[in-house]
Design a protein around this ligand. Sequence first.
Ligand SMILES: [Zn+2]
Ligand SMILES: [Zn+2]
Length: 384
Amino acid sequence: MDIKIWGCRGSIPAPIKPADVKQKIKEGIVDCLNTTQGGDDIESQVDNYLATADVAKTFGGNTTCLEVKAKGYNEATIEDKISYMFDCGSGLREAGLDMMSRGNFFGNGKVKVFLSHMHWDHINGFPFFVPAFIPGNKVIVYGSKTHEEALDLALKGQSEEQGIESVLTNGVASGAVDCLAQYALTVQQSAGLFPVKLKEMPSSIQFHYLENEEVVENGVRVESKYFGDRTPEYNFKTGEGLVPRHKEGIFSYKVIEDGKSFVYATDIELDQPTKKGSVDTEYLAWIKGVDVLYADAQYTPEEYNPAEHGKQGMAKIGWGHSTYETIIDYAKEAGVKKLLLGHHEPTRNDKGLIELHKRATEYAKQGGYEGKVEMAFEGMNVTL
Ligand SMILES: [Zn+2]
Ligand SMILES: [Zn+2]
């Protein structure tokens, strides 16, 4: 399979800042002048310098969106060319444009979208997804059946139209739709919030709700796993109990093809396994031995728990994201072969992310993790 990262920023899009651009140019020029020899071939020397220079790297500002294509995608018939998308963050806009350039989304393209949850950074690209505006294309959205309050209060017997209207009037607590993904995407494109309603998008958009189950197609298996809160619940005052994995729960997905596996596990907060009695055995079993794990490593340990590191600042415990150390500990324990760190903190610039990667690599080395630790970046391709 081929995995492509279209967005890996956490929480909110974070475009590069003008001051950072200026700083990069300055550093690049100074550095380059110190390493190039001058002469006629200056352009190729600059190209060589830029090919490896840290200053030329950028991780991108778009929120989460990954695409998986099965082996043989290029040679497959149009019916079998399926893009498996994981989340619809703002990176989906670029993905959609790229799909159009592939030429097979002019009326007979097929996309399967797997949503981890409905927080806005994971759905905000959908209204800008060009293939969804082309009649005949099929967009199949898989997401959580609903979260509990919506499920419990589901207003059975209403038409979809009435149900959605009722949710728009009364909020999700009315539970008037039986698929949270449909609710979230509908609300996002409701009158006053976006000019085109979801139901006005000309492609065929279908919703499927998931519990833990599998979707199998053309030799590709996509398994889903729901991670809810754990007990005992975390007590924010005493620090006792287990941190909530993510507010209102989260789906993780595993793609398997030809015995190779990729797990997409974003927005999951885990206690460090070194913390007594807190190992998340369910998560550990889920990622056991996988070839590639895309995981949320938004924080450094000092950002997550400043007091524990003798620092002042607002702790991020309970915010739904993990530290790179925690993720590396789990990857080691589970024998993950390659780790992609993602859901990057929006306040961290390229320099900060390169620094985080250095720290993560060092931590992995010292801890004896034998897999590879890489930073996800926009445009990254991983072939399995
Ligand atoms: Zn998120
Ligand atoms: Zn979230």
